[in-house]
Design a protein. Sequence first.
Length: 285
Amino acid sequence: MPGWLEVVIRASVGVIIVLFASKVLVRKPVSHLTYFEWISMAAVAIIVAIGSFQLTIPPAFIILSLVVWILVPYFIDVLSMKSQTFRNMVRGKGIPFIKDGKVLEDNLKKQRYSSDELLSQLRSKQVFKVADVEFAILEPSGDINVLLKKDYQPLTASDMQIPVAPIKEPETVVMDGKILDEPLSTLGFNRRWLEQKLEKMGVAIENVYLGQIDSFGEVTVDLFDDKIKVPQPVEKPLLLAQIKKCQADLEAFALQTDNGQAKKMYERNSKEMQQVLTKIKPYLK
């Protein structure tokens, strides 16, 4: 067999092996890999690369080496999932760097972390003052996670006791100008309904690059031609405006009438409408 052909065959097989190994060894973002996982993947890549052009190395030796470097890390991962002790030994545990706004210098020294490196990591988390940090921990992946003190954490709707509507993942129903029937039917809609929605927006399906439907049934689209402006959905704002007008009309009727019984009826209905408005307002924003 010509040397160049053997190199092509070895390299092609190596690509397939690396693809297989990446599925077996790695199922997480690259930034979350541990050092051992990095080394394992690098070792597999190096073995494949060298074995592709070093024709003096028997293919059996290359395959045997790859089997070891793929299966051993795989079984280590399996054992790590079943045993916390083994997992801590292999991957390590989180190490606190800051507690109650105080830097733990001994832990920094053990991990060979300088003050500048710590401050740089904090700045990457938008934290510029150590005293504002309640807790900071060095994860096994090398990332530093930071928890600010309660006084410095961003306000949430829960903190302000403001009711908000639950949000579900929107479904993609149009991709590259083609309707995806499965997610559309999952939401309880059909092609005719979608076509009517797009017709109201003045958009043809073949011009839609990406179309999504949220949990409230609103359709949003991104067109192939970015210069064309698509009108925003108006159903929810219109409904909110109608309910507000209805509540305001009931209040006006109560003020205008001289009939005591009618006034009480209007006032009662106005209060009930206000309660309805308060409950559904978060869903219509």
